[in-house]
Design a protein around this ligand. Structure first.
Ligand code: IMP
Length: 193
């Protein structure tokens, strides 16, 4: 099976993307490629951070690879936390702390519209290609559900009646920003690999 290096150490992302690929081709996460370095995400946009990660791994391995950068963009917070989603409540904040901070910022906010956005940066034969996926939805008033990761317990995608944290990976992939970006990359790759 054809395989690409996936520039992440986030096991949740690996599981979601493997489920979405459904065997169409393989991915090798950094841990399985023997790479244990932390890749910097220093920029203010998902696009620049995704490119930073894919080019870092491409320089290191010389192999075809892809990365993705995702964030939650809340309308009432002018698109925050956005690219800072993982570190919203501080450099080493965990998901619970990030959620608490977001709900606190939104405690009197009636407009709860938000979206998850993913940008994939693929480096194939030395060229970079980008693919985007967006999942619109709303922020709940309190966490609901135990599954998933990050902001899953406070996000209900449009068309659903429960948070991502209540869904199986397969259910989440019906709505997911990451899955939409991935499908665009797969369509592109199937023509080329
Ligand atoms: P990064 O793409 O690894 O920089 O992570 C971005 C951060 O956005 C994650 O740590 C999560 O906090 C959040 N995030 C990205 N995608 C999702 C998702 O599908 N569900 C919940 N939170 C997410």
């Amino acid at each position: 099976m054809k395989s690409l290096i996936f520039a992440t150490n986030n096991i949740h992302k690996v599981l979601e993307i493997r489920a979405a690929l459904d065997g169409r081709f393989g991915i090798t996460p950094l841990s399985e490629a023997g790479i244990d370095q932390d890749i910097p995400e220093p920029h203010d946009t998902l696009e620049e951070n995704a490119l930073e990660k894919s080019s870092f791994i491409h320089r290191l391995t010389g192999k075809n690879c892809f990365s993705e950068d995702s964030g939650l963009e809340v309308d009432a917070l002018s698109g925050a936390p956005g690219p800072r989603s993982a570190r919203y409540a501080g450099e080493s904040a965990d998901a619970g702390e990030n959620i608490r901070k977001l709900l606190q910022e939104m405690k009197d906010v009636a407009d709860r519209r938000a979206r998850f956005r993913t940008v994939i940066s693929l480096i194939l034969d030395g060229m970079e290609y980008r693919f985007e996926g967006v999942c619109p939805g709303v922020i709940t008033m309190a966490p609901e559900g135990q599954g998933g990761f990050g902001y899953d317990p406070i996000f209900i995608p449009d068309g659903a009646d429960q948070t991502f944290a209540h869904m199986s990976t397969q259910q989440k992939n019906k709505y997911s920003h990451r899955k939409k970006a991935l499908e665009r990359m797969i369509t592109f790759l199937l023509d080329r690999l």
